[in-house]
Design a protein around this ligand. Structure first.
Ligand SMILES: [Zn+2]
Length: 374
């Protein structure tokens, strides 16, 4: 009904403008102001009015220039850098590879307050970044799939609950408290029993996928591929882990891979098997391969972007050699022009003129590039 009412308004306004002899662009402005319609609505209009060809012209008028929605005073810069954060354990005592629950909560809150919004690793590599204008994407990753990442405990009534001090417990609470953070993460797991509570394995994997998290590959036995010198073994350590997850979630295919110890094969001819291969009838294709350390990753539309070699930042405050999360937060405070700032319109890639040289036009794909002077 609503659509029909709008249609009537459109048609009667059209008649009015036609009668007044107004030009198309004048009508355009009027429609923009009164009917902020999205494309779906336009399609419905089309359906409702059937074959009348003159109405097609009308639909074009309804579509607005999305650039008008972009607020340049927010200084959008979609060619800026993106932090991919690397966590390992969550535990009582802070250590080189362990963050305490309170420190993970602190990290999330500081990121949120500083205008960062979580996006999935896949959305980052696919240049599918859809966050509010003026904010900066951040990707969260957790390596190893230890129990402290996702633990089930019994509460006082004997009911099973997610341990509120495990990574997933902390993320789920943060998601409720700050829904616009977009809480999501990729868990890079290894072995036959990710998260180390066999009785809850199926529940945990399903929970992650159903609640917007991703599961990534960290090889079947946490193996460095550095000294592997045959393609069969590389495909085996990657493919076996895929089979573990596929046995439980047949629809879910691991397609991201975090290198153990950040190491690649010494034999460069084997590099291609990190990306693609087959093991025991199961084929795989990794769309993202993650290193260990030390710097922010380039925007997915820049020529520097290589999804098969993505740097990560250690989300820690211990032994980070001045390249940890807090060092980079400070860096972006001091150098705001380096930071990815969303324009809030996912169809358009907006960059300031001084970033233009960094762009790889092929990576823009279907999207529209909008360069502005600053
Ligand atoms: Zn690891």
């Amino acid at each position: 009904m609503k659509t029909k009412v709008q249609l009537i308004i459109i048609l009667s306004t059209l008649v009015l403008f036609t009668a007044m002899g107004c030009k198309g662009n004048k009508a355009d402005e009027t429609f923009d102001a009164s009917l902020p319609m999205d494309l779906n609505q336009s399609e419905e209009v089309e359906k409702d009015v059937g074959e009348k060809s003159d109405v097609d012209i009308e639909i074009d008028i309804v579509e607005r220039d999305l650039k008008d929605d972009i607020d340049l005073s927010l200084e959008p810069n979609e060619a800026g850098d993106v932090m991919i954060l690397m966590y390992h354990n969550i535990g009582e005592e802070e250590a080189e590879w362990t963050r305490t629950p309170d420190n993970l909560r602190k990290d999330l809150k500081i990121l949120y307050d500083k205008g960062y919004r979580a996006i999935s690793l896949k959305d980052y590599v696919n240049n599918n970044i859809d966050i509010e204008a003026g904010t900066t994407p951040v990707v969260l990753t957790f390596d190893d799939g230890n129990e402290n990442n996702f633990r089930i405990i019994l509460d006082e009534e004997g009911e099973k609950i997610i341990d509120p001090d495990s990574a997933v417990g902390i993320l789920e609470k943060f998601k409720k408290d700050y829904p616009d953070f977009g809480t999501t993460a990729t868990f890079f797991v290894f072995g036959n029993n990710p998260f180390r509570q066999k009785e809850y394995l199926e529940f945990k994997l399903s929970f992650l996928v159903e609640n917007g998290y991703d599961i990534g590959n960290h090889t079947i036995d946490h193996r460095s591929v550095k000294n592997i010198d045959d393609k069969e073994t590389i495909q085996e350590v990657i493919g076996k882990q895929i089979k573990v997850i596929e046995d439980i979630l047949p629809e879910y295919k691991l397609s991201t891979y975090a290198l153990c110890y950040g190491e690649r094969p010494s034999n460069e001819n084997l590099e291609m098997y990190l990306e693609e291969g087959i093991y025991d009838g199961t084929s795989y294709k990794n769309v993202a391969i993650l290193n260990v350390g030390w710097n922010p990753a380039p925007s997915p539309i820049t020529s520097k972007f290589n999804p098969l070699s993505l740097p990560r930042i250690r989300a820690s405050e211990m032994k980070v050699d001045n390249v940890g999360l807090y060092n980079w937060l400070e860096h972006f405070e001091k150098n705001p022009q380096k930071r990815y700032i969303s324009d809030g319109v996912k169809e358009i890639i907006t960059i300031p003129e001084f970033m233009a040289d960094l762009i790889d036009l092929e990576k823009i794909g279907e999207k529209e590039l909008y360069i502005y002077e600053k």
